[in-house]
Design a protein. Structure first.
Length: 454
């Protein structure tokens, strides 16, 4: 297993230090703002529990099977998100999906770094005791911050600087070491907050909104949103699992890995919902308030809590860390590609990719303030980046991924890779049926439906 380096000579491919390294890094990527920030607000906009149910369906039917396949591609191909396709099926055009993945990661990180920068700022505000105030003007504080022409940019650049520094350290020293420390802490914090939120007065109204389905709220755009959220939250079809899988050991149990990642990702999203919706209804906040939801609801909740200032520090640390580990993975996919494609050193590739993404990301930040008047397809620049990457490109890349696994590489090839070194592939026949027929059909129907064709 070797990779060509910047001098053009072969060197051993980077590898995770332990078996757990892959799992921690992969869950670190999956769990992020998508669970804590995006999930609650798309559930809020999608009408609550019915949306959650459809989301769950997509995660199980589409998420798990595609995840198994995507990791296999990386472990078999042992290269970046594009070249792995080429190794498996030379002389075919499937590798084009790799280009789409690189574009997706580029676009997601451009807008993701905006919100990650907000989380960074809120963490520092909380740490310095400036976040929780008795006048509760959290909405004004947040609006004032994100519309300011300078402040959010500074935090976005700081955040990207940190991401670049970690990715420059490489997979073992950089990415793995950080994830090992940070991921377990996150779970403990969330559990405490779930208990707190469930004990608020009127918690049951929020729980009802989150857990009792009302299917009249569902239409074609909410179904597309649920599909996009499933891909986004799992970091699916972004080439992430190809890239991280390419650093994994050949004896890892892929179905178990995939199941574990999906389970943990779901648990965090559900916990975020269990925390936020009781609080939203308790404080009379509008569940449809969009991207602001987390940044307004939580400070309000902490104001009334004993040790609220400490909880605020801990919580925003959590949001910040979750965002950081996902941002790292987004940059890593681009870096692995640039490094191998242009035979550059990791350092040069990281700095160049990081700088370009930061510059593009500034336009996303400014679209909340000075550039808010610019709209395309009725969306601001930020909303457009989110929409195109999550609801158009991700499901499209997922469709190509399913077609590659089912009809290009073919299920027998995937089975051979999964079963390497005696590992099992439970429910292989079901997997194969889902990948070949069910997943492509579902995605195509949802696309046609949202375009109004059917
Ligand atoms: N899954 C991440 C989250 O839920 O925040 C976001 C993400 C990371 C999407 C990496 C795509 C990706 F490749």
């Amino acid at each position: 297993m070797s990779t060509r380096n910047s001098n053009g000579s072969l060197e051993p491919r980077e590898q995770w230090g332990t078996k757990l390294g892959f799992m921690l890094a992969a869950t670190g990527s999956a769990i992020g703002l998508g669970n804590i920030w995006r999930f609650p607000f798309v559930v809020g906009e999608g009408g609550g529990a019915a949306f959650v149910l459809i989301y769950l369906g997509f995660v199980c039917l589409i998420g798990i099977p595609l995840l198994i396949g995507e990791i296999s591609i990386g472990r078999k191909g042992r290269a970046n998100a594009m070249d792995s396709y080429k190794t498996i099926k030379p002389k075919s055009k499937w590798y084009f999906n790799g280009y789409i993945s690189i574009l997706i990661n580029f676009m997601i990180l451009s807008f993701y770094s905006v919100v990650a920068g907000w989380a960074f700022y809120y963490f520092v505000l909380a740490l310095t005791g400036q976040l929780i105030t008795n006048d509760r003007s959290y909405e004004n504080v947040f609006e004032g911050f994100i519309t300011n022409p300078f402040m959010p940019i500074i935090w976005q650049i700081l955040l990207m600087g940190l991401v670049v520094a970690i990715v420059m350290g490489g997979v073992k020293k950089g990415i793995e070491k950080w994830n090992n420390i940070l991921m377990p802490t996150l779970f403990i914090l969330l559990i405490i907050l779930v208990f707190r939120s469930l004990s608020l007065e009127n918690a049951h109204i929020g729980l009802q909104f989150f857990l009792k389905p009302d299917f009249s709220a569902i239409n074609s755009s909410t179904i597309l949103a649920a599909l996009g959220q499933a891909f986004f939250s799992l970091s699916l079809a972004t080439g992430l699992y190809v890239t991280y899988g390419s650093y994994s050991r050949s004896n890892s149990n892929l179905p178990a890995n995939a199941g574990g990642i999906v389970f943990l990702d779901l648990v965090v999203a559900i916990m975020a919902g269990l925390i936020i919706f009781p609080a939203v209804f308790h404080y009379g906040i509008d569940p449809q308030s969009g991207p602001d939801l987390v940044f307004i609801t939580f400070p309000t909740m902490f104001t009334d809590m004993a040790f609220g200032t400490i909880f605020a520090v801990v919580f925003f640390f959590f949001v910040f860390v979750a965002a950081l580990t996902s941002a790292i993975s987004l940059l890593e996919v681009v870096v692995a590609f640039v490094k191998e494609k242009f035979l550059m050193s990791r350092k040069a590739a990281t700095i160049i990719a990081g700088a370009v993404i930061t510059v593009v990301g500034l336009f996303c930040t400014l679209s909340f303030g000075p550039l808010s008047h610019i709209t395309i397809l009725d969306r601001t620049i930020f909303e457009l980046f989110d929409f195109i990457s999550a609801e158009v490109l991700l499901p499209f890349a997922g469709l190509i991924l399913a077609l590659f696994l089912g009809w290009g590489w073919k299920p027998a090839g995937v089975k051979e890779e999964v079963e390497k070194e005696g590992n099992p592939f439970p429910l292989f026949k079901t997997w194969s049926f889902l990948i070949k027929y069910v997943i492509p059909i579902i995605i195509i129907v949802i696309f046609l439906d949202s375009l109004g064709v059917i």
